[in-house]
Every structure is written in structure tokens, then in C-alpha cells.
Design a protein around this ligand. Structure first.
Ligand code: HEC
Ligand code: HEC
Length: 229
């Protein structure tokens, strides 16, 4: 694709995405079906080529042991990486590789991977379908309240404001897709942000501010709610 037409596409995508973002925020209480429809449009418009998924397929053999052969992990403590925005996955892989994000179980996994490999791997998993699970019925109402509206008393913002009403995130802003993410991993991530363990860059500092305001009960409830999205 020619550079100038690419730039136009990206600019258009940014405008569309910003507009729809405002629209979805303003009507966050609308029906789920409506919200999902709006988000699908964002995803469609914002899609730009990133890495080569076919080349990526040859570089992921060792990942399956923990993340599943299709990017859906079988362990609630280990993240699903299927269907994730490739831009976000690529950023995380770079940080895990250079050690600025701690992931002890992944030690050595990325040693012989270059920058193109990381993009291809990100593109490969982006094309896989992510699977969700069941939210805990006992904490569903609290989880949904926090997710959609935050906690006005303590200042916790609504997760939906950045991750979208159905958890699909926003690739233009590197807001990850968290729909259906493993609950144990979400809880661990919230604790790691709050404690500063995951605090290497400006993106992570956004989540530190969010997570530091949350009670343990709120973190657990919202993690379970997200698993069910
Ligand atoms: C032995 C288990 C194991 C293997 C093998 C492994 N991972 Fe991981 N991976 C993890 C764990 C555990 C985490 C979560 C780290 C944390 O707690 O923050 C993780 C995190 C990630 C993340 C960040 C996910 C997110 O949502 O932020 C990506 C991306 C990732 N792994 C990709 C890979 C790729 C690609 C491979 C293969 C080259 C791989 N992993 C191999 C266990 C593993
Ligand atoms: C102002 C925007 C914003 C708000 C509000 C927000 N997030 Fe995030 N979230 C982010 C960004 C940016 C990241 C990526 C941080 C990084 O790179 O580690 C993120 C990452 C995450 C992750 C890690 C995902 C992964 O795959 O590792 C989880 C879990 C998460 N957010 C949950 C929440 C929850 C729960 C709430 C509501 C209580 C929330 N977020 C509110 C912007 C936001």
C-alpha cells in the first residue's frame, strides 16, 4: 500500500475511533447488543496491517505449553493472548524480552526472537479467536457496577471508559482487549499495577492509578465479571 493512502487510512481510523469512542462512552448504559455493534465498527475501521501471521505460525511452537495452541490458556493464572490487538501484544513482548516487565515463566522464550519475529507472533495470535468463561454469580453485580460505572465514592473510574462496554479495548490507544481474560491473571495484573510491580511506562502508570484505588473485593469481582465478557 502507498504511504500516503496508508496515512489517510490511519487518520480516518483515528477520527472514527475517537467519534465512536465518545458515542459508546455517552451511551454506556445502552443495551449490550448496541454497544457491541458500535465496537465492531471501531475494530473494523482501525485495522491496519501489522506483522505477518503466516510467518508467525512458525515461531510460536513453545508458547502453546502455557498459552494454548490457539492462544487460549487453560490455567486461570496465565493470560489468554488470542484475539489481542497486535500493537499491544508487540509492546508487551518487547518489555518481557528486555526485562522491563517481569514474567519469570517466560525466561528465555524470546531470546532468539528479533523485532520482526515479535510483530509476526503478535499478528499470529491476533487472528485467533479468544474464548471467555463464566462470571461468578455471587459477585456479578459488584463486578458489573465497577466495570460500567466505577466507584464514585473512591474515585475508581469505569473500566468501560477505556476498555469499552464489552471489553474490546482500543488498538489506537494501546488499550488491551480484556474480554474473557482469565480471572486469576486479571486479578494478578491489578495487584501488580497497584503495587508498582508492573509500572515501567506511561501506559502502565494509567492502570496503576486505577488499580491503586480499588479494594480487594472490587478487584476480585471485576476480574470475574471480565472473564464472563
Ligand atoms: C512456561 C509458561 C509460558 C510460556 C512457555 C510462554 N509464556 Fe507468555 N506468559 C506466561 C505468563 C505466566 C505470563 C503472565 C506474566 C505476568 O504475570 O504478568 C505471560 C505473559 C505473556 C504475554 C503478555 C500478555 C498480556 O495480556 O499482557 C504475552 C504477549 C505472552 N506471554 C506471549 C508469549 C509467547 C509469544 C510465547 C512463546 C514464544 C510465550 N508467551 C511463552 C507464561 C508463559
Ligand atoms: C484511562 C484508561 C483506562 C481505564 C479507565 C482502565 N484501564 Fe485497564 N488498561 C489501560 C491501559 C493503557 C492498559 C495497558 C497497560 C500496560 O501496557 O500494561 C490497561 C491494561 C489493563 C489490564 C491488563 C491486561 C493484560 O492483558 O495484561 C487489565 C486486567 C485492566 N487494564 C483492567 C482494568 C479494569 C478492571 C479497569 C476498571 C477498574 C480498567 N482497566 C480501567 C487503560 C485503562
Amino acid at each position: 500500500m502507498k504511504a500516503n493512502s496508508m496515512t489517510r487510512k490511519i487518520t480516518l481510523a483515528a477520527v472514527f475511533s475517537a467519534t465512536l469512542f465518545l458515542a459508546t462512552s455517552a451511551f454506556a448504559s445502552d443495551s449490550k447488543a448496541h454497544d457491541e455493534h458500535a465496537e465492531e465498527k471501531v475494530m473494523h475501521v482501525a485495522k491496519v496491517p501489522f506483522g505477518d501471521p503466516i510467518a508467525g505460525a512458525a515461531k510460536v511452537a513453545t508458547c502453546a505449553a502455557c498459552h494454548g495452541s490457539d492462544g487460549n490458556s487453560a490455567n486461570p493464572e496465565w493470560p489468554n493472548i488470542a484475539g489481542q490487538h497486535p500493537e499491544y501484544t508487540y509492546e508487551q513482548l518487547k518489555m518481557i524480552k528486555d526485562g522491563s516487565r517481569s514474567a519469570p515463566l517466560m525466561a528465555g522464550q524470546l531470546n532468539n526472537k528479533n523485532d520482526k519475529d515479535l510483530k509476526d507472533i503478535a499478528a499470529y495470535f491476533a487472528e485467533k479467536e479468544s474464548k471467555s468463561g463464566e462470571a461468578n454469580a455471587d459477585t456479578y453485580t459488584l463486578g458489573q457496577t465497577i466495570y460500567r460505572g466505577g466507584n464514585t465514592e473512591t474515585g475508581v473510574p469505569a473500566c468501560a471508559a477505556c476498555h469499552g462496554p464489552s471489553g474490546k479495548g482500543n488498538p489506537m490507544s494501546l488499550y488491551p482487549d480484556i474480554a474473557g481474560q482469565q480471572a486469576g491473571y486479571v486479578l494478578k495484573s491489578l495487584n501488580d499495577y497497584a503495587s508498582g510491580k508492573r509500572n515501567a511506562n506511561a501506559q502502565q502508570k494509567i492502570m496503576k492509578e486505577v488499580a491503586a484505588l480499588m479494594s480487594d473485593a472490587e478487584k476480585e469481582a471485576v476480574a470475574s465479571y471480565i472473564r464472563g465478557l
